[in-house]
Design a protein around this ligand. Structure first.
Ligand SMILES: C[S@@+](CC[C@H](N)C(=O)[O-])C[C@H]1O[C@@H](n2cnc3c(N)ncnc32)[C@H](O)[C@@H]1O
Length: 69
């Protein structure tokens, strides 16, 4: 069964160009300042914020119920 989000990700050809959320950069700075080594981005979607969190220097694990082809 396709979820609503699965359909969204499947139908959007510009998925890779969606801008990150406004708080993603600040979250990355806070994680870096706290010395976090691993971050779980639960319900990461297509990873728009997951990519920003990489700037924290931590290992980022993104998990989502929907899948991408
Ligand atoms: C509003 S979107 C946000 C996606 C991403 N965090 C972003 O900001 O682009 C919500 C996401 O939660 C995911 N989701 C919903 N229920 C979930 C669950 N039980 N486990 C994992 N992911 C889930 C959906 O597939 C969808 O990608």
């Amino acid at each position: 069964m396709l979820t609503r989000w699965q359909k969204f990700y499947t139908n959007d050809p510009k998925l890779g160009s969606i801008a990150p959320s406004q708080c993603a950069g600040e979250a990355a700075r806070l994680f870096a300042a706290a010395g976090k080594k691993q971050i779980l981005d639960l319900a990461c979607g297509a990873g728009r914020d997951t990519r920003v969190l990489l700037s924290s220097g931590a290992v980022i694990i993104g998990v989502d119920a929907a899948f991408l082809d």
